[in-house]
Design a protein around this ligand. Structure first.
Ligand code: UD1
Length: 419
């Protein structure tokens, strides 16, 4: 059944919301549960479609997985299947994070390749060369990545060409059970990497330096299951912050460490918003049309690529000209064509887009192409005259729990309808 949203623009969003755990963390933590025999419990999990998809991947590998509200229980057997070459894996990109745990626990992993997606190609060369440095051989065969290690993986010094989040995760989850020390240089510093290291350490792993560019891992023989609370979703929190500014509203967001959104909140201040931060949240208020601000996406602590559609959404209605540069994914400007159909004045030149803000967007039908682009289109629709129809909203449901309910509670006029 195809679902779409109907959004009537013009409401000022006001109120308080609490974000749940991060999509970009929970899926990796679920995969990390493969590293220890027994039952791992994750709390503060977001109720989004990708969590049951990841459950199917783990079940296919031999785990028992139960989802109860915001809790996920994963029971990992002594003997796992090393073969993740089945339909559930192919359906979403994050499933590649089982590669590291399977290689270190089984000495072999076959993981179906999810292929590219709407935001760009997703090579695995750094994941593969990291595992190879630790003694595995890897190859792409019949649409799957295959890693084989004749004996236990060995610690190694690995320098990434780029601080890839996915490669950092797979190398970490392989190195925790390897023999000896691994030093990972130019590692990703995202809060979700820190969250993963926190959980691995609770499982008995020896890790230091997470959150910096050099992570050191001393391999141990065995890990044990644990209970862990998923870190708050900085991208969902950032989406509500941008919604506040675009609708000249006043939103307080809880469940998030504001340091994880430092640059995004600074950008909103430059646009003229008032931002107060608390220990576990922030408040964003705006009482006039935002000013144009430039952005470039970069690995953390730079501006997140996942908030780029919100930054573009805001720039479409800001006063002045904004230049937005996308440095992580090459195809992430595709949704700008949809914004232009809403009346945005945009020019794309390679990985830059120049936006001249307009006073008012005008409603029409638009199609979302990925999770974040979909959310960006909804924010733009909140600033359009009349009713905008947003199609293919299943993308949005993959990343935002209770999206419509939360926006409605903040005063937005939004409805989900089925065709
Ligand atoms: C990326 C984001 C992450 C976001 C996630 C979900 C960055 C740095 N990463 O993580 O914040 O939460 O999407 O949308 O912003 N690459 C290679 N070879 C590899 C691996 C990656 O060339 O082996 C390239 C990719 O093509 C891309 C860049 O490195 O251009 C970043 O990739 P990576 O960080 O691995 O992507 P994700 O883990 O998906």
């Amino acid at each position: 059944m195809k679902e779409r949203f109907l959004v009537r623009g013009g409401a000022r969003l006001e109120g308080a919301v609490k974000v749940s755990g991060a999509k970009n963390s929970v899926l990796k933590l679920m995969a990390a549960a493969l590293l220890a025999e027994g039952t791992t419990t994750l709390t503060n999990c977001p109720e989004i479609l990708d969590v049951p998809l990841m459950r199917d991947v783990l079940v296919g590998l031999g785990c028992e997985v139960t989802i109860e509200g915001d809790k996920v229980y994963i029971t990992t057997p002594a003997q796992l299947s090393s073969d993740a070459d089945f339909e559930a894996v192919r359906q979403f990109r994050a499933s590649v994070c089982v590669l590291g745990p399977l290689t270190s626990r089984c000495g072999r992993a076959v993981v179906a390749l999810p292929g590219g997606d709407a935001i760009g190609s997703r090579p695995l060369d750094m994941h593969q060369s990291g595992l190879e440095k630790m003694g595995a051989t890897t190859r792409i065969s019949h649409g799957a990545v295959v890693a084989e290690a004749p004996g236990r993986l060995r610690g190694a010094t690995i320098k990434l060409d780029f601080p890839s989040v996915g490669a950092t995760e797979n190398i970490l989850t392989a190195a925790v059970l390897a023999e000896g020390r691994t030093v990972l240089d130019n590692a990703a510093r995202e809060p979700e990497i820190v969250d993963l290291c926190l959980m691995l350490r609770q499982m008995g792993a020896q890790i230091s330096g997470e959150g910096t560019s050099t992570i050191t891992i001393d391999g141990v023989d065995k890990l044990h299951p644990t209970s862990h609370e998923v870190v708050g979703d900085r991208i969902v929190a950032g989406t509500w912050a941008y919604a506040a500014v675009m609708t000249q509203g006043d939103i307080t967001v809880g469940g998030i460490n504001p340091a994880h959104l430092h640059l995004a909140l600074e950008k909103l201040k430059s646009a003229g918003a008032s931002v107060e931060t608390y220990e576990n949240g922030f408040r964003v208020r705006m009482d006039h049309r935002p000013k144009a601000v430039d952005y470039q996406t970069l690995p953390f602590p730079g501006f997140p690529t996942d908030l780029q559609p919100m930054a573009i959404g805001l720039s479409t209605i800001a006063e002045g000209v904004s230049v937005i540069t996308e440095n992580i994914f090459e195809s992430r400007f595709r949704f700008v064509d949809e914004l232009m159909r809403l009346g945005a004045d945009a020019n794309i030149d390679g990985h830059h887009v120049v936006l001249r803000g307009v006073e008012q967007l005008s409603s029409t039908s638009v199609w979302s192409s990925d999770i974040r682009a979909g959310a960006g289109l909804v924010l733009a629709a909140l600033c359009a005259d009349g009713v905008t129809e947003i199609h293919d909203v299943y993308h949005i449901d993959r990343g935002y729990p209770e999206f419509v309910e939360i926006l409605s509670s903040l005063g937005a006029d939004i409805k989900r309808v089925c065709d």
